[in-house]
Write a protein that binds this ligand. Sequence first.
Ligand SMILES: [Zn+2]
Length: 215
Amino acid sequence: MKLRRPAARALASMLGIGAFAVLGVSPALADDNQITAGHVDIVEIDCDPGAGGVAQLEVGSHIDDNPFGSDHVDPGDIGDYSFNWTYDNGDLVGYGSNAYAIDVPEARLSEQPYVGFAYDEENHCAGISAPNLTVQLTKVSGSGNSTSTVSFAGAGSHNLVAGGTAMTLAQHDHIHGAWTVGASSETGVSDVLQFVVKNGATTIGTVQTTFVVHS
Ligand SMILES: [Zn+2]
């Protein structure tokens, strides 16, 4: 797998990821879509100044420092990726109280995924104000305990799974922190997660992807 990555990266670089997918080499692509390290904004809200100075928002994800280099992934493609951590006796990923605790500092993003949230981080909407947004997470399905939760502690503590607190993001917020992924045993877990981004009562975008913790 690792030997293929440089070639895949070069090809993806030449053709773009979209074109790469169109070529129909999905087995190799699926392999390389397992993100095991790097900087990830699992919800990235891009802002562009629209006509009349109105902020136009697009919800997607941003993956960086991984086999694809740096890329904003649109919501139609992010489901093709999974974000993978490996239990390491608590160095970066620990286990206890029926959950994995993931706390990767930025300095060690080359070892395991460093995952957070970003909103107009590139300041494309300089001088234009954009609304505060909320992010609510729903666990669509999971291989572990069906009642287990996923929580994020960065800007306060957020049990992001349905029924828990939604997280508020303001323009220019860029927040990383610690994740807790419920698992009824120490045998790993795979959860399909949906992050719904709203402006007030209006949904402006959804990111659905998979978090995996390997035992
Ligand atoms: Zn980030």
